[in-house]
Design a binder for this molecule. Structure first.
Ligand SMILES: Cc1cc2nc3c(=O)[nH]c(=O)nc-3n(C[C@H](O)[C@H](O)[C@H](O)COP(=O)(O)O)c2cc1C
Length: 318
């Protein structure tokens, strides 16, 4: 089954799956594995720390794959990262993902350099602003996901359904996705593809030590030590911080819940998502993407959804 969508056509990739930025886990090896498997691999500028290191990583990645890849720039985490933008532009990185704060200024530079710009947000409102700012695609992450989160965040289910009605550029769903059912669910909600963060932390090519992967694979998502930090409610102070940030026009999504962190040390990642509920073994990036695509095809044509099945040969997935 072919899985061409507006996302795959924009990013020139085979499958509508991209890797998320993974601050302490991202590296050339993982990004190369994801891109070679037909998804979009991603380097994280924050992880490289210095412009020369990022430049070196981009070159190493190009030696490992001739397929498209992305670099994430999360200015929210460190304004110094803006220096990395020069490197990204000089190296003509095919796809740039900005995240968190409004990225209009960097987006303009990314677009002027002829690169593809994805902006990652946590609310539909911010996705609409990114669309207005000229982003080529938006990635919207819901509460189930990992990493920094806006106190205003809703679930992936609701955010993507709302976005489908309001956003005309490709929408990439993130947050709690990582198997065939969650992938298909995201497409059914109106997404053009998905971003996986936690699931790619747990693949063979991820540099997370195997002992840590085992902890996360066995983690019980109902255990308060995992579900607590993932689903934490914003405090009054968090909400006030949002109101203040929203008041300053250029900044949005700037306030993030401190509770997003506080994960058990044994995770080794600093953050993880509810995808731990169903990612239960370590496979290669190629196997993971292949299993998601094959599993989704099997659901559509054999298992069916609510008793409905595609009749082979008449599907419009290609
Ligand atoms: C260990 C880890 C580190 C992350 N670091 C970043 C980061 O530096 N910048 C960013 O924009 N998102 C970061 N994220 C979020 C991911 O890029 C992705 O959007 C998110 O993990 C999607 O949700 P999922 O984990 O349920 O797939 C991180 C996620 C994880 C698990």
């Amino acid at each position: 089954m072919e899985w061409q969508t507006p996302m795959t056509r924009l990013l020139k990739i085979r499958y509508p799956v991209m890797q998320g930025a993974l601050a302490v886990v991202s590296d050339v090896n993982l990004a190369a594995a994801v891109s070679e498997a037909g998804g979009l691999g991603m380097l994280t500028a924050w992880t490289q720390r210095r412009p020369e290191k990022l430049s070196q990583a981009i070159r190493e990645l190009r030696d490992r794959t001739d397929r498209p890849f992305a670099v994430n720039l999360s200015p929210t985490m460190d304004q110094g990262l803006l220096k990395m933008l020069d490197v990204i532009i000089d190296e003509k990185v095919p796809v740039v993902e900005t995240a968190g704060d409004r990225a209009l200024a960097y987006g303009k530079r990314i677009k002027a350099a002829g690169l593809t710009w994805i902006h990652k947000v946590h609310t539909v409102k911010h996705a609409m602003t990114a669309q207005k700012d000229g982003a080529d695609a938006v990635c919207i992450m819901g509460l189930e996901g990992a990493g920094l989160k806006s106190p205003m965040i809703l679930t992936t289910l609701v955010s993507i359904a709302m976005a489908a009605e309001k956003i005309t550029i490709p929408v990439i769903a993130a947050g709690g996705i990582g198997d065939a059912r969650t992938f298909l669910g995201a497409l059914a909600l109106g997404a053009d593809g998905v971003q996986l963060g936690s699931a790619f932390c747990l693949v063979k090519e991820s540099k997370l030590p195997d002992s840590r992967k085992q902890v996360l694979i066995k983690a019980d998502p109902y255990d308060p030590k995992w579900r607590g930090p993932i689903l934490a409610s914003p405090t009054a102070a968090d909400l006030q911080q949002v109101q203040e940030a929203e008041g300053t026009k250029e900044i949005m999504g700037a306030a993030h819940r401190a509770e997003s962190f506080g994960f058990p040390q044994e995770a080794g990642t600093g953050t993880i998502s509810l995808a731990i509920g169903f990612v239960n073994r370590v496979v290669t990036a190629k196997e993971l993407i292949g299993e998601i695509m094959a599993g989704a095809g099997d659901i559509l044509t054999n298992k069916g959804i609510g008793g409905f099945k595609l009749v082979p040969g008449t599907d419009s997935g290609s």
